[in-house]
Design a protein around this ligand. Structure first.
Ligand code: UT7
Length: 317
């Protein structure tokens, strides 16, 4: 047994920041951002934490599923932009929801949503849970260097959530990690130890854009092909590929290399920017609520990012 998806939810903060707004902060322009990244606007939090947004997405998913919050046995959350190292974001979401279940955070940056689904599948397989909330929640505006045009144009804030129940619809997955901080790094504050001799790196997102880009295109293609093959399927059998929304050009390259039509890739990066662990569940919720997914449809979710980590999974809706 693995699980079935019972409901989806999302939340993005109301404030919209356009490319023109960002051009007032750094030397950039709307045309460059649209062409090189594919973002027109992003939602940015003015007074909500990652956990606040995660709790709102969770409530929307609970309502969509018809499951009561008291039925939840486990909350899995992912965030690289929570306010505290402890309590974790999942602990804070549990607190906001006012429930008593076990909680756990998974740190795998932009790939974390797939890592969480696999973790959830393990709990279901061992019959330890009947209902699980899985939430990606990010206030990336907290960890973006708003003076760095290479990164501040890309990211946005928001949260997405799924309610999972017993079932057999999580079909296959694959994971790769090549650890290191040279391509993507989000350093913590080093603290005030009088004995520690290393220098503080700015505690913001550092990214070597082109290296990340090349890694991302390869990862989407390799992981997607592997999962499809393991299931004895072809891309024609997949209703939607819902990739991590990092850059429209990454998705377009993957579409060309895989010979899969662009229409099969669901994208919302133009409206949302890159919301890291929240991007796949936000996209799933949009598809679900637009009535674009029917029971039995196959959905492929490739993700990649900091770590460097990548993952992909196939679910039956
Ligand atoms: O979610 C985690 C995973 N993240 C990703 O997958 C992101 C992957 N990487 C990317 O999306 C892209 O590499 C970026 C969007 C970060 C950068 O795009 P790029 O096409 O790789 O640009 P580049 O770094 O090669 O820079 C090209 C030029 C440079 O100018 P010169 O040296 O050619 O004169 C940059 O200085 O564009 C310049 N540039 C900008 N110009 C206007 C870089 N950022 C900007 C900007 N506005 N915001």
């Amino acid at each position: 047994m693995s699980f079935s998806i019972l409901g989806t939810g999302m939340y993005v903060p109301p404030k919209i920041v356009t490319n023109d707004d960002i051009a007032k902060l750094v030397d950039t322009n709307d045309e460059w951002i649209r062409q090189r990244v594919g973002v027109r606007q992003r939602h940015i939090s003015t007074n909500e934490t990652a956990a606040d947004m995660g709790a709102k997405a969770a409530l929307a998913a609970l309502e969509n599923s018809g499951v009561k919050k008291e039925e939840i046995d486990l909350i899995l959350a992912a965030s690289v932009s929570g306010e505290s190292i402890s309590p974790s974001v999942s602990c804070m979401i549990q607190n906001i929801l006012g429930v008593k279940c076990m909680t756990m955070d998974i740190n795998a940056a932009c790939s974390a949503f797939v890592f969480m689904l696999d973790t959830a599948a393990g709990f279901f397989a061992r019959k330890r849970v009947k209902k699980v909330l899985v939430i990606g929640a990010e206030r990336l505006s907290r960890i973006v260097d708003w003076e760095d045009r290479n990164t501040c144009v890309i990211f946005g804030d928001g949260a997405g959530a799924l309610v999972l129940g017993e079932g057999d619809d999580y079909l296959e997955s694959v994971f790769h990690v090549k650890g290191g901080d040279d391509v993507i790094d989000i350093p913590q504050l080093i603290g005030k130890s009088p004995f520690f001799e290393l220098e503080q790196k700015k505690p913001y997102i550092h990214m070597r854009g082109q290296d990340t880009f090349r890694f991302a295109v390869k990862a989407i293609c390799k992981d997607s092909k592997y999962v499809i093959k393991q299931c004895g399927m072809r891309f024609e059998d997949i209703k939607y590929i819902v990739p991590h929304q990092a850059n429209q050009r990454i998705i377009d390259f993957a579409s060309e290399l895989l010979h899969v039509p662009k229409e099969k890739f669901y994208t919302n990066i133009d409206r949302m920017g890159n919301t890291s662990s929240a991007s796949i569940p936000i996209a799933l919720d949009e598809l679900n609520r637009a009535g674009k997914l029917q029971k039995g449809d196959y959905v492929l979710m490739p993700a990649f990012g900091g770590g460097l980590a990548s993952a992909a999974c196939l679910v039956r809706w």
